[in-house]
Design a protein. Structure first.
Length: 249
């Protein structure tokens, strides 16, 4: 069973769907509506397995139980912090759904800084002032690493005992450009002509536990390729990932 798509008609507590956003969905192979017996068990699992590699946990858990939203066999939470919006829902079936705004868009100071940097990087192929938005390569690597690390922790906690499908999308990004730090070499202007990019595959729990970081790197490369960056430097990408995993960024 697939988690139903969320639309703005559902009136989520934060306007995440109004902006370019990431969508992350984990689905175990077999649908069991009460794989976790209670909503309390859902919260307890999330508390044990959430990823805390930088200043913001994934998924972000409220400090008080009363700040969660509770529904028919699911628990959810939302946040609106410094112009970053996110909403997630975790079902007793152990399906997980996350929606998170692209920070490079909603955090306006970041947008201004990236645009300034990319004017220096630009090879004149694209008018930078006309670019609707940017995806920071390091932020993409960090995000994908956190998503896979969370799935691996759920598998390690034996929440997932059978293959789990991971689907990740970035939506609302037509015309977006990849962005790099000022000290990075940049050989072209990489722009997508797709409104959204989708990635999906099914993983054995043991493989997630042993190779989550490698899967994240692989999907980062696939993401960059879809912008036309066909031979990204894998060593550089791995170095960025290690900065996150070792908290040395």
């Amino acid at each position: 069973m697939t988690v139903p798509a969320m639309t703005s008609a559902e009136k989520l507590p934060v306007p995440v769907l109004d902006y370019p956003h990431w969508r992350v969905n984990f689905r175990p192979a077999t649908y069991l509506p009460k794989r976790l017996e209670t909503l309390s068990a859902c919260v307890e699992v999330l508390t044990r397995t959430r990823v805390q590699l930088r200043g913001w946990d994934f998924p972000h858990l409220p400090a008080r139980d009363s700040a969660f939203d509770y529904g028919d066999m699911w628990v959810a939470a939302s946040s609106d912090f410094m112009n970053h919006y996110e909403y997630w829902r975790f079902f007793q079936s152990t399906q997980f759904l996350y929606l998170g705004s692209v920070r490079e868009v909603t955090e306006t100071e970041w947008t201004t800084r990236i645009r300034s940097v990319m004017k220096k990087h630009s090879h004149g192929e694209v008018e930078i002032d006309g670019v609707p938005g940017f995806l920071d390569t390091t932020e993409c690597i960090f995000n994908l690493t956190e998503y896979f690390e969370f799935a691996a922790r759920l598998a390690q906690a034996q929440v997932y005992l059978e293959p789990v499908t991971i689907a990740i999308s970035i939506k609302g990004i037509f015309g977006f450009m990849l962005a790099a730090e000022p000290n990075r070499r940049w050989s072209a202007d990489y722009v997508t002509r797709q409104e959204q990019l989708n990635f999906e595959d099914t993983f054995a729990p043991a493989d997630l536990i042993s190779s989550a970081a490698d899967y994240a790197l692989n999907w980062a490369v696939q993401l960059f390729e879809r912008f036309g960056w066909l031979k990204p430097n894998l060593d550089s990408i791995r170095t960025d990932q290690q900065k996150l995993l070792t908290r040395k960024f």
